[in-house]
Design a protein around this ligand. Sequence first.
Ligand SMILES: O=C(O)CCC(=O)C(=O)O
Ligand SMILES: [Fe+2]
Length: 274
Amino acid sequence: MADGYIPSFNCGCKGIRTCLRCEAQKSEQHLLQENDLIQYDFTYDPVSKTAVREEESGSRQSYAFPGVFLWENFVSEDEERELIARMDQDVWRESQSGRRKQDFGPKVNFKKRRVRVGDFTGLPAISRHLVDRMSKAPRLASFKPVEQCNLDYDPERGSAIDPHLDDSWLWGEHLVTINLLSDTVLTMSLDGGWGDVEHGEVRVAVRLPRRSLVVLYGEARHRWKHAIHREHIRGRRVCSTFRELSAEFLQGGEQEKLGSELLDLALRFHGAPL
Ligand SMILES: O=C(O)CCC(=O)C(=O)O
Ligand SMILES: [Fe+2]
C-alpha cells in the first residue's frame, strides 16, 4: 500500500494501516502483507517465564523473558457474555487497520504532549469488578487505571495492530489487557538480535487464551514492541486495555493535580464511551 493512500469509504484506515476492506478497493492489491507468513523464532512459556526456540536439529534454546504476567480464566464465560453484550449496546467507532474501538479516557494529543479531561466521565460501570479483581494480583496491587480502550478485531476485515510501543510520557508502567471471545497471539518483537541471535528481528509469540488477562511491564513494556497479526485473528476478538498514569501525573509529579482529577473521575465508574 503506497504511503499517503487515503481510502474513500467506510473504514478508519490511514496510510499504511490498512484492512481487507480498503485493500479490496485498490486495483493492484497486495492482500498478503509481508508479515502474513511469520515464522516465529520463540514461543513464550508462561510457567517458566522464558522464551523458547526449538531448532530443526532438535536443540532447544530458552531465555528468561521478564515483563509478562498472564492470568488465565480471569473472566468467567457468563461474565464474558455480559461484558460483550454491554459493549455492543454502545457505538463502536472505526479505527485503523480494520479495528473498531470504544474509548474511556482523557483527551490526549501525544505529539504535542497535551492532555485534558475533555468529555471523559470515567471508566464504564462494568469495569468496577474487573479492576477490583485485577488488584488481587501482587503485580497489580497499586494499579489504578485512568483509561480503558476496547478494541474489536474482525477476521473478515483482516483486523490487526502493527508492532508498536505504547506511549510512556502519559501512561505508566503496566499495560493490562483482557482478551475476549477468541484465543489470539500477542507478538513481541525486537530489532537487532537478542541472546545468541546476532541480528535481525527476534519475535516472541505470547499465546493469549480467550478470557485471560495479560500485563506488560518492564522490558516487555518499554523495549519490546507488541503487535496482533492478522493471521492470529481467527474469530471475532474483543479486548479491553487499561492504562495507568506515569510518574509525572502522580503524587510529587509536575502534573499531579491533573492526574488526581483524572483518577477520581476514572474510578467513579460512571463513564460513557467518547
Ligand atoms: O489488541 C491488543 O491486545 C493490543 C492493543 C494495543 O496494543 C494497543 O491498543 O495499544
Ligand atoms: Fe499497544
